[in-house]
Write a protein that binds this ligand. Structure first.
Ligand code: DC
Length: 219
């Protein structure tokens, strides 16, 4: 099986680029952020705000990923929540729960299992460093804070969400800091990852840049 790991900060374009490449290469695209988001959504729905309570509730939580026409759908306790997890509130809660070791361990086998059985392009924060340290290709996708905020802001407006530019900017700044400073599996550059900065490129150019890296590594 072939595994391509894409890590990087929020809003760098990981999911859009990885999805396009998965289609092109007939791989499955695994968006691991959705797993942390599903746990975050569970916490919000159940009004939980205490790390110990979160950990003791994990045995009640069932998170599944299903691939329908190779497109990932996420289920929380048998209910599809693929759309519901894409809000700023869930983003912040996902980042919070993702710093808890027991949560990361809870989600580990699911991620590794998918890569054992399928050719995958998997994105997240710790894919090349922790989840798939032997991935065939590791890419660290990034862009300037300003570009990442612009993109995320437009995406949220298109969805009709009531957001402000400054609100998104502050959320991204906080998540960048928290995701890269937590003790367990922080966002960091794997020693063997190739850095791709998409600040100056449009989507099509960014996809081509990443595809070039992948083709070179796999040839
Ligand atoms: O990629 P995303 O924005 O959907 O991820 C939501 C949060 O989940 C992110 O702020 C940090 C966490 N996350 C993580 O810790 N490890 C991953 N592999 C993916 C996401």
């Amino acid at each position: 099986m072939i595994a391509i790991a894409i890590d990087g900060p929020a809003g760098a374009g990981k999911s859009t680029i990885a999805r396009a490449i998965a289609r092109e290469m007939s791989f499955i695209y695994v968006d691991t952020g959705a797993l942390y988001r599903a746990i975050g959504l569970y916490m919000i729905k159940n009004r939980m705000d205490d790390d110990e309570l979160i950990v003791s509730s994990l045995n009640k939580i069932k998170v599944d990923l299903k691939f329908i026409d190779k497109e990932q759908k996420i289920f929380l306790c048998e209910r599809e929540v693929s759309g519901e997890i894409r809000t700023p509130e869930v983003s912040m809660m996902a980042s919070r729960v993702s710093a808890i070791l027991a949560v990361r361990e809870f989600l580990l086998d699911l991620q590794r299992g998918l890569a054992e059985k399928n050719n995958v392009i998997m994105d997240g924060r710790d894919i090349g460093t922790v989840i798939l340290p032997d991935a065939d290709v590791k890419i660290f996708l990034t862009a300037s804070l300003e570009k990442r905020t612009d993109r995320r802001y437009k995406e949220m407006l298109e969805k009709g969400l009531n957001v402000t530019y400054d609100g998104i900017l502050n959320d991204i700044k906080k998540r960048d800091y928290d995701d890269s400073h937590r003790k367990v599996a922080p966002l960091k550059l794997a020693t063997d990852a190739v850095v791709v900065d998409t600040s100056e490129y449009n989507l099509e150019e960014s996809i081509n840049l990443v595809l070039d890296v992948i083709k070179k590594k796999l040839s």
